[in-house]
Design a protein around this ligand. Sequence first.
Ligand code: BV8
Ligand code: ZN
Length: 276
Amino acid sequence: MAQLSTFRQALSQSRRPLILAGAGLSAASGIPTFRGAGGLWRSHDAMSLATPQAFRADPARVWAFYHYRREVCLKAKPNGAHDVVARLSGRERAKEVFPSAVDVPTFVTQNVDGLSIRALEEGEKAPIEMHGSLFRTRCTSCGTEKPNFNSPVSAGLVGTEDLSKEYRAVPLEDLPRCQERSCGGLLRPAVVWFGESIPELSRISQHVQRADLVLVLGTSSTVYPAAGFASEVRSRGGKAAVFNLEGTLGSSEESDGDSDWFFRGPVEEMLPWALG
Ligand code: BV8
Ligand code: ZN
């Protein structure tokens, strides 16, 4: 069909491909997406908990939310879509799919679940985790930021991940605390909350400005600034291919409002098929 052949032609001609992913990339791993039913935790809208204000007001509730998500993600496994993108981050497969590219594609993920990193094999370039990671913490006192895969992230939180149980507020001193020297400060998840700036934005923007093709994988494109990247690539004459279960406004089979190709369906099936 027309769109497949023109898409494959664009793959072969692209010199600077960019890959952008959202929660749809991890859906097949059983990670609830943000919008729709997945966006709720104990009847709270995830968006209302992912803010500095929520953490200041009730750190115990926000930590229970993140502890729950850490435990879900630690039990989850990368799915086929993560694997396809991880292979594209390695020289050999990147050369097959993007023969004209100057380097392996830059991969920017909005996801904080760490699954794209767990899918990597030797020699494959790690993604830019533009919204941070559930598995990094930052001390609110001394600022130390480091990887943290502890399960549980603090003994006090054990049991709060069981949604069948009544919510229990964990005392402040039993929340994750800094272990640096004698700091003991309250830790926070090193994710980017709504209203917080994106630490890697200038690095990402350089790639967006130079990209001639962007593959947009499983994102509702509702969270900025990531939501604006595809139209930015197109405004400079680049092309965008959207892989999503559903279209955005004005989408049809062949393309949705703001893309040159629109592959409707599960990205874990559509992406390997479209790449050939
Ligand atoms: C900032 C970490 C400025 C936390 C997240 C304009 C410009 C700048 C900012 C704004 C702006 N307008 C509004 C804002 C504010 C805000 C924003 O965008 N609000 C929205 C709600 C309107 N943006 C910000 O606050 C950003 N900060 O710009 O700061 C600034 C500058 C200087 C100084 C101070 C401030 C920060 C945003 C980061 C928020 N943090 N995550 C956490 O996770 O707990 S975002 C969060 O949503 C997740 O990371 C998630 O990835 C992300 C986006 O959602 P999606 O990934 O798209 O997931 P969603 O569920 O929505 O969609 C899933 C899609 O997959 C669906 O389309 C579905 O159809 C599809 N799908 C499902 N299954 C599959 C599938 N597709 C294919 N296959 C499948 N199997
Ligand atoms: Zn500290």
